[in-house]
Design a protein around this ligand. Sequence first.
Ligand code: NAD
Ligand code: ZN
Length: 225
Amino acid sequence: MKGSVVVLTGAGISAESGIPTFRGEGGLWKNFKPEELATPQAFAKNPKLVWEWYDWRRQLIAKAKPNKAHMLLAEMEKKMNITVITQNVDGLHQRAGSKKVIELHGNIWRVKCTACSAEYELYETPLPEIPPKCKYCGGLLRPAVVWFGEPLPEDVLSKAFELTKECDLFLVIGTSGLVYPAGYLPFLAKQHKAKVVEINPERTPISEIADISIREKASVGLRLF
Ligand code: NAD
Ligand code: ZN
């Protein structure tokens, strides 16, 4: 669609809200790397440990507020055709007021039963019981998020691909670009002749193809728009 904007966000946009990124400082919990916890293998081996980490992250996110960058994107939605595709699971875009948000990796407040497959929202924080049990069948719950090595829901991914191919401007904010298939989207946008703009204090693989790289924090970089 003419004049359409897609914004791909990653953990970096929520860093200024006090939520640690996976690859930056302060992201470590009890000396575990996120790659050792956010996997189906880690959950199968030790669901209690993985849930303790999620409980810690849920408490951080519950206390956090959307920052200027989330707010500016929500403001932009009132003036232009813009969709946010986020890798984040924290729900801060919606809390800032963005309506058109595609969550590629799910949401930390949703849970899924490993026994009966029921999926629902569970907001209680801290969790009264770890690991939490399904309210329908008593089975073991898991976070309804996409872990490393797991496929993305097909409908969500195809919508993201479609919007990316059609947009005129593709804005990438606060992602290392190392997690796939999300990291592929800026390349797909470029192939389809969109202008690619990156906001990130660090250089990333996306910098190679970006038409403009803004080496600033999300809130500062977005003010230029
Ligand atoms: P990442 O941790 O791999 O990379 C974060 C990127 O953000 C880095 O490139 C860093 O330079 C940049 N950054 C740091 N501070 C910034 C700021 N103030 N403004 C702009 N950029 C900043 O994150 P990723 O690429 O999103 O991949 C990790 C995976 O884990 C994703 O699925 C991600 O969403 C998930 N995750 C989510 C959250 C969350 O929901 N808030 C937090 C951590 C990780
Ligand atoms: Zn169940």
